[in-house]
Design a protein around this ligand. Structure first.
Ligand SMILES: Cc1ncc(COP(=O)(O)O)c(C=O)c1O
Length: 370
């Protein structure tokens, strides 16, 4: 007879409080669930226009090399990034998505008994990574339910605080902090805390935020960016952080040897070289976002202005709206896991996808009123 073993008792203690990240529903899953033959995914803030043509060509060319291990140091990519930021290559930490960069940094600096501070409705990975590291997650409520309360976050810092995480713009609330406020916050802190400014959506606010890598200054400052959003390479998994070289060196001790695969390295290098294409798509996304927000506002469902490539829908019956949208083959992201049960997050899609979403939504709202 098979013995039943209590594997939880064998696992590291923090496992008990860990809840796996719930990603946006994949298109294939919805098609299978609903018996549909097409669906529109507006759930994961991806770039609906696809990867840049240069990135696609670079991947096609690199395919014949995949029997080789990739460059474990991602030298060409780091050189290109260092060049674009006017910094040294040893100030760059490369990750399998910026998600890995966040995890590496939290694991490097926070362990049992240490505190990691983040905003209550900040990006959920900070809480998960802190928990996984065995550290204490400190969630600071937002001032108005949506924006980071930097004064309260500074006040929450104690001798045990090792890492502070701020997403700017924030996902899922879409709010933006200006760098003058962030610098004032950094000036309040003890000098030896690691502060991660997570700029996954930077390209969508570059004109308003300025050059954070150049403008912000603090010894423990880490600025993370990703190729998953504006650059259209979510499936490749490439992100990076810029920090003091001593911080990068320590985090690299936890990094697995070949964390960025060969195709992803080729794609990211080429995408960096396709800046005009990327920024054209960003401009289209921002213009589409304005239209979506205006329509949600007309329908009385506007959940607050977003600076990312997504909008917020607010409705007391958001659960029913979610179900109905899925029945019509549209996948939004429910924000109940963020303590925002009235909200759905809708990624900005292609113009025709946004039109279809709005038309389906109007039909659902009409039904709800009857
Ligand atoms: C604020 C923020 N940071 C980081 C990430 C992680 O992205 P990736 O691991 O694809 O770089 C996301 C993804 O949605 C995000 O919204």
């Amino acid at each position: 007879m098979l013995m039943t073993i209590d594997w939880m008792a064998q696992a590291v203690p923090q496992t008990a409080g860990l809840h796996p990240y719930i990603p946006g529903k994949p298109i294939e899953t919805l098609l299978r669930e609903k018996g549909l033959d097409r669906a529109i995914k507006l759930a994961s803030n991806e770039n609906p226009y696809g990867p840049s043509p240069k990135a696609m060509a670079a991947m096609q060319q690199a395919v014949s090399e995949v029997h080789r291990y990739p460059d474990g140091d991602a030298t060409v990519l780091k050189d290109a990034l260092a060049d674009s930021h006017s910094i040294a290559t040893d100030q760059i930490l490369i990750g399998n998505g910026s998600n890995e960069v966040l995890e590496l940094l939290i694991r490097t600096f926070a362990g049992s008994g240490d505190e990691v501070i983040y905003s209550e409705r900040g990006f959920i990975v900070y809480a998960l990574a802190a928990q996984a590291a065995g550290a204490i997650g400190v969630a600071v409520p937002e001032s108005d339910g949506l924006s980071h309360d930097l004064d309260a976050m500074a006040a929450a810092v104690t001798e045990r605080t090792k890492v502070v995480c701020i997403a700017n713009p924030n996902n899922p609330t879409g709010t933006l902090l200006h760098n003058t406020s962030i610098q004032a916050f950094l000036d309040e802190l003890p000098r030896d805390v690691v502060v991660i400014i997570d700029e996954a959506y930077y390209e969508f606010v570059a004109d308003q935020l300025g050059n954070s890598v150049r403008d912000l200054s603090y010894p423990g400052l880490v600025i993370s960016r990703t190729f998953s959003k504006a650059y259209g390479l979510a499936g490749c998994r490439v992100g990076y952080a810029v920090a003091d070289s001593a911080i990068v060196k320590l985090a690299n001790r936890f990094r697995e040897p070949f964390n960025i695969n060969l195709l992803a390295q080729a794609a990211a290098v080429a995408a960096l070289d396709d800046g005009v294409w990327v920024m054209d798509r960003v401009a289209e996304t921002v213009s589409e976002r304005q239209k979506l927000e205006a329509e949600l506002s007309n329908m009385g469902m506007f959940g607050g202005h977003s600076f990312g490539n997504f909008v917020l829908l607010r409705h007391s019956n958001s659960r029913e709206i979610l179900q109905q949208l899925e029945n019509h083959g549209i996948i939004p992201r429910p924000l109940a896991p963020y303590g925002m049960p009235d909200f759905l997050r809708i990624s900005v899609g292609l113009p025709e996808e946004n039109i279809e979403f709005l038309s389906v939504l109007q039909g659902i709202v009409r039904e709800l009123k009857n």
